[in-house]
Design a protein around this ligand. Structure first.
Ligand code: GLA
Length: 393
């Protein structure tokens, strides 16, 4: 984000905060969104993922309240949340909408530290909401960092990531893995995060912007199926894992098995479970190849792994859609594109293309025209860079 865009956003958040809540100025915090290079739907299967925090994210202005109330405002979403802190239980309510994320984080602090003071918060940013760039993890991590600072609890980044993850998993009810919250909370400038979700353990691997840029391509297709379809995939993987344990051998996670194990269990699984498991197992191979390529500076090989990952998520995991297939195919046909795949959970939203520096503008034009001809929709394009980590602004 350029200095001026960021300053304008921060001014808008502070101004809204002053109008809504008056009183002394709040403290302000930031957390980035992410894309995931390879490792689709591996985090909740005990596998590896390779997310990159981007230079777009969410800011929150926040302050504690002494009257036991929680009040939440967004610059872009109309719904306002005013609740009695004591009335917040262990699950979100439909009427809280986006407020479920910060409320879930607050609930996590109350459970962990016993702190029950209310707070007020305004959020805004330059990350498109609900399109696969992890706006939900960004607001969770920004709120977690804010409450940690305001309460003076001194949790480290990994503890904050886990707390943010529990907000989404337990409080909001999406059975996601830890990738998004770790990608945001543990981001390091110039690096992507190689996260072994089973540990969890992680390493930062350098990403060279002089060799490769990330073009985000937003299909504008709403991700209607994302929650039900997502939780259904989690359940299918759990069943496939149970079947492998019962029929072949007992390993802790689905991502730990080999293709030979899967073949041995073929008769015990229906075709859908077989395909889900095959995606998970082959995606583990793609991430190993992808990380080795990244370390060697071989962005062409990394791009090939993105292409293969997209094919597998589309055919075996079935979380793509026509719009994501068309936009990634059109990108692959362009000069300077190294690879393309959907990002995030799928079902709509954004795809990414790895492009040679300097090629993005032409790729965006060509792909945008093809997409418009096919769907009558103007897709949005944006070159994102490796972002910095979260913190107080
Ligand atoms: C969503 C979830 C993540 C991960 C991805 C798929 O973004 O929140 O935990 O499972 O989908 O890779």
């Amino acid at each position: 984000m350029t200095g001026t865009v960021r300053e304008r956003l921060l001014d808008a958040i502070s101004e809204r905060f002053r109008r809504e809540f008056a009183g002394p100025p709040p403290r302000r915090f930031y957390a980035p969104g992410r894309i995931n290079l390879v490792g689709a739907h591996l985090d909740y299967n005990g596998g590896d993922v390779l997310p990159m925090a981007v230079d777009r994210g969410l800011y929150v202005a926040a302050r504690l309240r002494g009257d036991g109330r929680i009040r939440l405002r967004s610059l872009t979403v109309e719904r306002q949340i005013d609740v009695e802190a004591a009335a917040v239980g262990s699950r979100t309510l439909a009427e809280w909408g986006w407020g479920g994320y910060p409320l879930g984080v607050w609930h996590g602090f109350r459970t962990r530290t016993g702190r029950a003071d209310g707070f007020e918060l305004v959020v805004g940013g330059d990350l498109p909401m609900a399109s696969g760039l992890s706006s939900s993890a960004a607001i969770e991590v920004a709120t977690a960092i804010a409450l940690d600072a305001l309460y003076g609890t001194g949790l480290d980044r990994q503890q904050l990531a886990l707390l943010a993850h529990r907000a989404e998993n337990g409080f909001v009810g999406l059975r996601c893995g830890i990738m998004d919250q770790f990608a945001s909370a543990l981001a390091k400038p110039g690096h992507v995060l190689w996260l072994h979700c089973a540990g969890p353990r992680y390493e930062h691997v350098p990403f060279d912007p002089a060799s490769c840029e990330v073009l985000v391509m937003d299909t504008k297709k709403p991700r209607h199926l994302s929650r039900t379809g997502f939780n259904e995939r989690v359940a299918q993987c759990a069943t496939a894992h149970e079947t492998l344990r019962a029929h072949v051998r007992d390993l802790p996670h689905l991502a730990d098995y080999a293709l030979a194990d899967l073949d041995a269990a073929r008769g015990a699984m229906d075709d859908v479970l077989f395909r889900r498991a095959r995606h998970v197992i082959t995606e583990m191979q793609r991430i190993a190849t992808g990380v080795a390529a990244l370390r060697a500076g071989d962005y062409r090989e990394l791009g090939r792994q993105l292409d293969a990952s997209h094919r597998s998520t589309a055919t075996d995991y079935q979380v793509s859609c026509e719009e994501l297939d068309v936009i990634t195919d059109a990108a692959r046909d362009c000069d300077g594109v190294l690879g393309a795949r959907l990002t995030g959970a799928g079902f709509g939203g954004c795809a990414i293309a790895l492009v040679r520096p300097g090629a993005a503008a032409q790729v965006a034009r060509t792909v945008g025209e093809a997409f418009q001809r096919r769907f009558g929709v103007d897709a949005a394009f944006d070159v994102l860079n490796v972002g910095s980590g979260p913190g107080e602004v």
